[in-house]
Each structure stands twice: as C-alpha cells, then as structure tokens.
Design a protein around this ligand. Structure first.
Ligand code: PDD
Length: 281
C-alpha cells in the first residue's frame, strides 16, 4: 500500500511519525473516514467541513496540505486501486520533541497529517447488512465533546469488545437512560413509519451519513423526529438501525437480547440503505 504522510507518498513500511507526536502520547488528534464506492469518494465535502470544525474546536492548525486534501484522497484511491473501501485521514498536533501537557508553540510545531486506504470489497452488498446487527447497551462514559472527531477511541473499542464477548456485533451508548449513539455510528429507531434519532449537540458526533440519510428520508416524504429516546423505547421499537461512513445504513435486529419485529432488517432501514447507496454515487 502507498500511504501519505506530511507531504509525501510512501510505501507503508517507509512512512514514519515521531514517537513524541501528541497524537501518539496524548490522543491529541482528529480524524475522518470517507468511504469509496466504485472508486469514488462519498460525501467528501461533508467530511472536509467537519475536519475543519474539529481542528478549530481544538485550536489545532490546519495542515499545510489542507487545500489539497481532495487530490490526496483521489491519488491514494488511484494508486492503491480502491474500488470499494475507505480513506482514513488523521491530523495530530505534532510535537516539539518533548512531552508536555501544554500545547507546543504553533509557530514552531506543525501538525502531522497521515492518510491511508483500506480496501473493503463487498462493502455495499454487505452480508452483515442483510442479517442486521445484534447490539448491547452500555454506559456512555466518554468525555463531553463527542461532537469533535478525536482519536480517543479506547472506550468505543472496549464497547465493541464487550459486544463481542456477549456474542453481539456492536454497542449503543446510554446516558441518563437515553441512547446517545453507537460506538462508531449514529443510532435510530423506527416507530410506525416515524424515524427517531437524537438531535445534534455536543453529546454526539454530527454524522455525515446521518445528515445525508435524514435529507433523503425527508425528500422521500418519510417522517423524521429528532429527539431523545430511551433504551427501553428502543427495545419496543418496530425497527432500529445505525449510520456511518463505514457501514452506511446498518439494520439493528436485537437490543440486549430483545428481538425487534421479526428479527430481520426492517423495511425502513432497508429502504434507506438502498436510497443512500443509490443517491450517494
Ligand atoms: N465513525 N458516531 C461516532 C461515535 C462515530 O465514530 C461515527 C463514525 C459516527 C458516524 O459518522 P459518519 O456518518 O460521519 O461516519 C457517529 C467512523 C466511521 C469510524 O470511526 O470508523
């Protein structure tokens, strides 16, 4: 694989970052994941806009190559011959060669920019999406700025491990009885024909796929309600699903052992997945 690091395209074995990089020492960094279908970037402008916002919220400089990011994405997709898959992008605050809680001087320290691709054939025609996910619910003990897409992913990783240990696929995070989001996706339930999802705030990531899916749903005259919902309400819903750049619209068929509907992906989730894949290309 060819990867990109700080202005250079290199074989992955030759790309290096300082051991003092604050991304490595302090999880002081942000990231984006953009999906690729038929060799094309999906929702790229949304991901770029959110990256800019994440950088601003953390007082992090834009990398020098910020304006070339679309070219860099396209070049990596081309050289690595990605038909279906992802482009991962990460910006960390870099380092001045020491460890300090205080941010280094932005005049002398440049952020570190890294991009690489992951090939995922069969991402659109996914067997997992045909079966639907079984999920568990766990406490949301993350920090209070989940709207910033930081690389602090230890708790979401642990959540996936807890799900795996329980024989499930993923976890939904619950705070004060209400579902915030999934470990790496936004969460939805469907009641009647109404799509219900938590509104935007600092409590959740403002998903790029979420924005697109809600737009398509409204265009298709489907009813959308952005409000809090409890995990108990979710267990009594007709269907449920999640959205993310890496899994698009993913049906949820079981929550904490409670089977939703007949235990197969619901019609609203299936329809939204279809619309999303069609409209995004
Ligand atoms: N995860 N919520 C969380 C906590 C996420 O990590 C993600 C994305 C989302 C969905 O956002 P979007 O639709 O913009 O992908 C919501 C990415 C895919 C990841 O970490 O791999």
């Amino acid at each position: 694989r060819t990867v990109y690091v700080n202005g250079q395209y290199l074989p992955e074995t030759e790309a290096t970052v300082s051991i003092f990089d604050r991304g490595f020492l302090m999880a002081d960094g942000v990231y984006e994941v953009t999906s690729v279908l038929q060799g094309k970037l999906i929702d790229f402008d949304g991901h770029l806009a959110r990256l800019e916002r994440s950088l601003t919220e953390l007082d992090m400089q834009k990398p020098d190559a910020f304006d070339d990011l679309v070219e860099i994405h396209r070049e990596l997709v081309r050289v690595n011959q990605i038909d279906e898959g992802l482009v991962y992008l990460q910006v960390t605050r870099g380092s001045d060669g020491d460890r300090d809680f205080v941010f280094p001087d932005p005049e002398t320290t440049k952020p570190t920019l890294v991009l690489f691709t992951q090939s995922k054939p069969g991402m659109a025609d996914s067997p997992a999406a045909k079966k639907g996910n079984k999920i568990i619910s766990i406490d949301d003990i993350r920090w209070g700025r989940r709207d910033i897409k930081t690389v602090q992913l230890l708790y979401p990783s642990m959540g996936k491990m807890m799900a795996k240990a329980a024989g499930c696929d993923d976890a939904w995070l619950v705070e004060d009885g209400h579902v915030t989001e999934g470990t790496s996706n936004n969460a939805y339930i469907v009641k009647g024909n109404k799509i219900i999802t938590r509104g935007l705030s600092n409590d959740i990531l403002h998903g790029i796929t979420r924005a697109a899916v809600l737009r398509f749903a409204r265009e298709a005259q489907m009813e959308v309600e952005e409000r809090l919902f409890t995990i108990d309400e979710a267990k009594q819903a007709d269907e449920a699903f999640t959205t993310s750049a890496s899994a698009f619209v993913m049906p949820v068929v079981e929550i904490d052992g409670v089977v939703l509907g007949d235990g197969t992906p619901g019609k609203v989730a299936r329809r939204l997945r279809e619309i999303y894949l069609e409209e995004s290309l």
